[in-house]
Design a protein around this ligand. Structure first.
Ligand SMILES: [Zn+2]
Length: 293
């Protein structure tokens, strides 16, 4: 069922586990993610990036997720990831996304506050939750370019940012990066504790792929309630595709023959993320209300 981000994050925060959040672009990814989460009793956040919403992306992703969500018993959030433009947020609201991330991390603090507050006003008027970012998680971007150094979240800015914007969740920069790591990151848990002490708003870890399990779980125990994952799923897709090609003899294989290994590889990756976020068997505990759809 489709639910609000606020309710599912509240449950996760209270139980010291996190909701895995997967960027996905189409049925080939959405189906194994949801089937695996259903089998494991894990709430899940499906996210779409601007990159994937061009053309008919909004039509396809929103239609698929909203169409199939009522068939699943696990809570499902449909989330816009890393929107840097308020008009994209408005479009996502029109398409029935249940939450949005406005990413003003490239802006100075006061500008980030100003635009985030504007987005919160629009989104909350429609019952849609908002995640914002304070500090900057950099790394490998979707086009393979490097977005420079991350800027760690300053704990002394957190209380003001939350109070001035009214956001429902906050992405923090504590040592992770987007994309594939050259060497394992070291999370600044002390900084995370200071952020947690400043505000009880649920915190979000971007760049979850490749981050060692013990560090992610340490972060979850200290306030992270949503872990964003994309690179590890993409790497799993490539492994599945290579298996499919290696095993295929037909010149005209059936779609299922081609895509089953991809879906199975995604499913295994999702299982490992559910174990990492400790989100399995939470559905009975997740006393979440269905979103207005
Ligand atoms: Zn991110």
């Amino acid at each position: 069922m489709l639910v609000s981000l606020v309710d599912v994050l509240k449950e996760a925060s209270a139980g010291a586990w996190a909701v895995p959040a997967f960027d996905c672009t189409e049925d080939l990814m959405i189906r194994p993610i949801l089937d695996t989460c259903e089998a494991q009793g894990s709430p899940v956040i499906l996210m779409a990036l601007e990159h994937d919403l061009v053309g008919r992306g909004f039509d396809y992703i929103a239609s698929i997720v909203r169409g199939v969500a009522p068939k699943y018993s696990v809570p499902i959030v449909l989330h816009l990831d890393h929107a840097t433009r308020p008009d994209l947020v408005a479009k996502a609201i029109d398409y029935g996304f249940t939450s949005v991330m406005y990413d003003g991390s490239a802006l100075p603090f006061s500008e980030n506050v100003r635009v985030t507050r504007q987005v919160v006003k629009i989104a909350h008027a429609h019952g849609v939750a908002v995640e914002a970012e304070l500090g900057k998680v950099a790394g490998k971007e979707l086009d393979g370019s490097n977005s420079g150094d991350s800027q760690l979240t300053d704990p002394s800015e957190v209380l003001d940012f939350i109070a001035l914007t009214g956001v429902d969740a906050l992405a923090v920069s504590i040592g992770t990066a987007h994309g594939v790591y050259a060497s394992a990151p070291r999370l600044d848990i002390l900084r995370l504790k200071e952020i947690r002490n400043a505000s009880k708003v649920p915190l979000v870890l971007h760049g979850g792929s490749g981050t060692p399990l013990d560090q992610v779980q340490d972060a979850i125990r200290n306030g992270i309630a949503k872990v964003n994952l994309y690179s590890d799923i993409r790497a799993a897709m490539l492994r599945g595709l290579k298996t499919a090609v290696a095993n295929e003899n037909r010149i005209d294989p059936l779609p299922d023959q081609l895509f089953r290994p991809v879906k199975e590889a995604i499913a295994r990756a999702v299982e490992s993320k559910i174990a990492m976020t400790m989100s399995g068997n939470r559905v009975k505990a997740a006393n979440v209300k269905a979103a207005k759809v």
